[in-house]
Design a protein around this ligand. Structure first.
Ligand code: PEP
Ligand code: MN
Length: 337
């Protein structure tokens, strides 16, 4: 349930509502937007017994939240959330660009990719240290050494680091070396992992599951937020459909749907959706046109020899020229690069 406050309500009125909630064992999520002040009630509202909050001073009305997710809902935070990762704000006017190789293969490879994407305006370096591969015989990643390489190169180049964790075993190392933890599509409903990244307090990039509905995705975000970590950014990366021409089917419509139903920022990953470098650019532009808050794109100094996802990684010059097109689309939809 949310409590919508009257325009011009006082801090004292807000404080006394929060106090009533607390005294009944409930939490409060305060959202003071320019349009309205909203207090989200956290917990089982039946604990309120006979208390009628609508009779309290300053209250306009109480509205139930019909979704299973509450903190991730738009109703709870009507003005939307931004996520600040060491000074880079995701969800503001400026698009956030994350780029780098599919997998960390060596320090030289990561450095070359990082210098290229940094020069093209990216703020984040991506790279997989633990790779969730379909085949157990495929390259599984450099593991913790991969995180350390990302950190060193991130520090050298002034890029924030985002990297995936595939199990709770990596959480301490990932928190030490990364600025943002990625939960990949295959783990979107690994509920224990979601709770643990929630407890870590680190910003989380939550990819959409391969066959997950938007509601299931938002429920997954709620798992993280219910542990007190509100720094969650969603990432649409394509879903499995009957179409085989692309690796996955990018659900561009997920952007406006998420915007309507959720307060969380959303990025697009055109690389894993397309599966082929030639399709990455058009999908990236579509994502920005639809209102995404940024992009995460795979870029490799020499995609032909990449140890994973070779077909979909962009060269540095291709990424550079794509960013110019992205800037034009961003300007057309009122965003900055
Ligand atoms: C990745 O970004 O490295 C990755 C494996 O993506 P996804 O989880 O979307 O398949
Ligand atoms: Mn990849």
């Amino acid at each position: 349930m949310i409590i919508l406050m009257k325009k011009g309500c006082t801090q004292k009125e807000i404080a006394s509502i929060v106090e009533v909630l607390k005294s009944h064992g409930l939490g409060a999520n305060l959202s003071e937007g320019q349009q309205a002040t909203v207090i989200g009630v956290l917990g089982d509202k039946s604990k309120l017994g006979g208390v009628n909050l609508e009779l309290m001073d300053g209250v306009e009305k109480c509205v139930p939240i019909m979704h299973s997710y509450k903190l991730a809902s738009r109703e709870m935070t009507p003005e939307g959330r931004t996520v600040d990762v060491g000074g880079v704000v995701i969800g503001g006017k400026r698009l956030v660009m994350m780029a780098g190789p599919c997998a960390v293969e060596s320090e030289e490879q990561v450095r070359e990719a990082a210098l290229g994407v940094k020069a093209a305006g990216a703020q984040f370096l991506r790279g997989g240290a633990y790779k969730p591969r379909t085949s157990p015989y495929a390259f599984q990643g450099l593991e913790d050494e991969g995180y350390r390489i990302l950190r060193r190169v991130g520090d050298e180049t002034g890029l924030k680091v985002v990297s995936e964790i595939v199990s709770h075993d990596e959480i301490d190392a990932a928190c030490k070396y990364c600025d943002m933890l990625q939960i990949g599509a295959r783990n979107m409903q690994n509920f224990r992992l979601l709770r643990e990244v929630g407890r870590s307090g680190k910003p989380v990039l939550l990819k959409r599951g391969i066959a997950s509905t938007i509601e299931e995705w938002l429920d997954a975000a709620e798992y993280i937020m219910s542990e007190g970590n509100y720094n969650v950014v969603l990432c649409e990366r394509g879903i499995r459909t009957y179409e085989t021409a692309t690796r996955n089917t990018l659900d561009v419509a997920a952007v406006p749907v998420v915007r309507e139903r959720s307060c969380l920022p959303i990025l697009i990953d055109p690389s894993h959706a397309a599966g082929k470098a030639a399709y990455v650019g058009p999908m990236a532009l579509a994502g920005v046109a639809a209102g995404a808050d940024g992009l995460i794109i795979e870029v490799h100094p020499n995609p032909k020899v990449a140890m994973s996802d070779a077909a979909q990684q962009l060269t540095i010059p291709a990424y550079e020229s794509l960013t110019k097109q992205i800037a034009a689309v961003a300007a057309a939809v009122g965003r900055e690069m």
